[in-house]
Design a protein around this ligand. Structure first.
Ligand code: PMP
Length: 369
């Protein structure tokens, strides 16, 4: 069958291997598998969210409240923004899709850093748009600005903190950069890991209310998949000037977020103590990874997220190491596809991290990578 030529050539996004696949492929028992590959919250979610979902299970037969009143009012209060500034998606992935479809067309352009979240380029490709990449592991704002001036892209993506490297731009640099961008260019500021960055370093904390008040061309993205521990519920949101939100609404399918997901996210918003606990533990555990890496001559990038990137240099080959870990039931991300000899490891619970250190040490000591 022939398909739209724009999509025939496309690659599909490769998510972190699910536990089920490792069970099947390697015959490892599910409880012997440690998944540190998708930046989930290893503490699960707030018990309040789980209870709210259980209490609402009987509502499954109804379509969701398409106005998403409960969650929108929670988000509006949390961020001190107007509800007209909010759009909720099935994950922030879906909001990226809305932005792409609202702004891009065949021959349009997006600008991003070279090693950043893969979905920006995937949605751009689907729209037939061109992807411009500023080289470097970290966002090089000068290089990005040069490319912006030369190519006048329709969308510029800033991922702060950045996935898959974990580093984070400072608020002042983000603002100074956006200031120079024309108001007809949509600047997407992806704050998927902002809760972690704001906890660790206030200079990295972005305030979506202030950003969108100052800049009418900014779309800020947040998610419930990381700090709030609701990856399986698929809830993310965009915050922007109402004009941008109205445009994104035009490409949104109705009922795009399920009743139970809305309920879970709303309840999760009300439990900041859970989020703080998870983030504090994440950075405590991250220090163990930094120590492990240092001991073995492996470089790390200072991380403002719930994962850490290990730059393996000549200590190991990332593909071989990720594969050897996988065979032993430890799932991490190989970053070879980003041109890096590095692995990205989501910070797990203490005992999951113990397992990573044990297995990784055995592999590295045996020279099998
Ligand atoms: N942005 C970044 C930077 C991410 O890392 C992710 C998840 N991997 C997302 C957006 C999308 O998250 P979700 O769709 O689960 O909200």
């Amino acid at each position: 069958m022939r398909f739209n030529p724009v999509i025939s050539e496309l690659k599909t996004y490769e998510p972190g291997k699910p536990i089920e696949e490792v069970v099947q492929e390697y015959g490892i028992a599910p409880d012997a598998i440690v998944k540190l590959a998708s930046n989930e919250n290893p503490h699960g979610c707030s018990p309040r969210a789980a209870e709210a979902v259980a209490d609402s299970a009987h509502l499954m037969y109804r379509y969701p409240d398409d106005a998403m009143r409960g969650l929108k009012s929670g988000l509006a209060a949390r961020f001190r923004v107007d509800e007209r500034q909010l759009i909720v998606g099935a994950g922030s992935d879906q909001v990226i899709e809305f932005a792409s479809r609202a702004k891009l067309y065949e021959g349009a352009k997006i600008l991003q850093s070279e090693a950043t979240f893969a979905m920006y380029a995937i949605y751009a490709d689907q729209c037939g748009a061109k992807v411009l990449k500023a080289p470097g592991i970290a966002h090089d704002l000068e290089a990005m600005y040069d490319l912006y001036q030369t190519h006048a892209p329709e969308i510029v993506y800033l991922c702060a903190p950045n996935n898959p490297t974990g580093d984070c731009l400072e608020r002042v640099d983000v603002e100074n950069f956006i200031e120079k961008i024309d108001h007809d260019t949509l600047v997407v500021v992806d704050g998927a890991y902002q809760e972690y960055a704001a906890f660790k370093d206030p200079r990295k904390a972005l305030d979506p209310a202030a950003l969108t008040a100052k800049f009418p061309h900014v779309l800020y993205l947040g998610t419930f998949s990381k700090a709030y521990g609701l990856g399986g519920m698929r809830v993310g949101y965009g915050i922007a000037d109402p004009d941008i939100v109205d445009a994104l609404y035009k490409v949104r399918p109705p009922f795009n977020v399920t009743t139970l997901s809305l309920v879970a996210a709303e309840a999760a918003l009300g439990d900041e103590a859970f989020v703080k606990m998870a983030i504090a533990d994440c950075f405590d555990q991250m220090a163990r990874y930094e120590a492990f890496a240092k001991e073995r001559g492996i470089e790390t990038i200072e991380s403002f997220t719930n994962f850490i990137t290990l730059l393996l240099g000549d200590v190991a080959d990332s593909t071989a190491l990720a594969d050897a870990l996988l065979r032993r039931g430890v799932i991490v991300r190989d970053l070879r596809g980003y041109g890096l000899n590095a692995i990205r490891v989501t910070i797990g619970r203490a005992e999951e991290n113990d397992r990573f250190f044990e297995v990784a040490a055995e592999i590295l000591d045996s020279g099998a990578s």
